[in-house]
Design a binder for this molecule. Structure first.
Ligand SMILES: [Ca+2]
Ligand SMILES: [Ca+2]
Length: 292
């Protein structure tokens, strides 16, 4: 098996959905491209099992990518997806390249109800020919639309579905090796010319809860101090460490965090300390472990 070393892919986040026996990953390549590595049973049936490299976007969101190259097994799938959440049975609409014996096709797939079977995919009659294979999934009002292009300029709509998704959705790259027999099959692909549109929406977090345990205690203040003075690495939720939400983490944040907990002083800025929400004010410092 190939060993794949993931790197920081911000502003994207990279995660397995479901629990593939081959762990997936992602890394940046050639400046603006992303390489993705995936195992997973499938994107389909009642639960998806795949690797997802995504951003949280609001409103009329879209994600576009060109599949530059892909090494995969028959049945493998690689493309773009708009998804409600990270649970395996989440509602989703995908525009994927599908590796079939007759050639690689574009494939529009969707799960319209959480936990339900995906609808039969609609495949293109045309072949997809990386590196000249673009795919896009976009939301326009209540419609979710899958399109493909062989040159990045002329687009063909393959299909669309009307589906009421939440304001904030996950948009990104989806890949599954289609390892249906537990043979440790993997897929490795490279995607370039990535673009997204839509409102920038950050993950939901609880300000002050630096270690993302769900509540504030002394370990959160200690987390800020260790991060600042002992080089212990980025806390689970860095934005949550910015207690006064002034865009930087410094000792004042640790003092304020302690002051709230032990001296009855003012609580951390919103969202928090009891509610979970999005960052109301830029900059967003990142949060690797948002609250549910
Ligand atoms: Ca905590
Ligand atoms: Ca601060």
């Amino acid at each position: 098996m190939v060993e794949f070393h993931s790197t920081d892919v911000s502003p994207w986040q990279s995660t397995d959905v479901g629990t593939p026996i081959v762990k997936g990953g992602a890394r940046k390549a050639d400046g603006s491209c992303l390489e993705v590595y995936a195992g997973g049973l499938d994107i389909g049936t009642r639960e998806d099992q795949f690797h997802f490299v995504y951003q949280t976007l609001g409103g009329d969101a879209s994600v576009t990518a060109r599949v530059d190259q892909v090494v995969w097994e028959p049945g493998g799938k690689l493309g773009v997806m708009l998804r409600e959440d990270l649970t395996p049975g989440a509602r989703q609409v995908s525009m994927l390249l599908l590796n079939q014996p007759a050639g690689v096709k574009y494939s529009f797939a969707r799960r319209e109800t959480a936990g339900a079977l995906t609808k039969p995919a609609k495949n293109s009659t045309e072949l997809a020919t990386p590196p000249n294979a673009w795919c896009r999934v976009e939301r326009k009002g209540g419609d979710l639309i899958g399109s493909w292009s062989a040159d990045g300029t002329t687009w063909t709509e393959l299909s669309r579905v009307t589906l009421a998704m939440p304001e904030s959705v996950l948009c990104g790259i989806a890949a599954t090796s289609r390892d249906t027999t537990g043979a440790y099959l993997s897929l490795q692909g490279k995607l370039c010319d990535l673009s997204t549109s839509g409102g920038q929406v950050g993950p939901r977090f609880r300000r002050g809860d630096v270690d993302a345990t769900g509540s504030l205690d002394i370990s959160d203040a200690v987390g800020i101090l260790s991060y600042l003075f002992q080089g212990t690495g980025t806390p689970a939720c860095l934005e949550a460490a910015d207690t006064d939400n002034n865009g930087e983490v410094d000792i004042t944040d640790a003092v304020n965090n302690l002051g709230y907990q032990f001296l009855g002083q003012a609580p951390p800025e919103a969202p928090g300390p009891t509610s979970c929400g999005e960052d109301p004010k830029a900059p967003f410092l990142g949060c690797n472990q948002p609250c549910p």
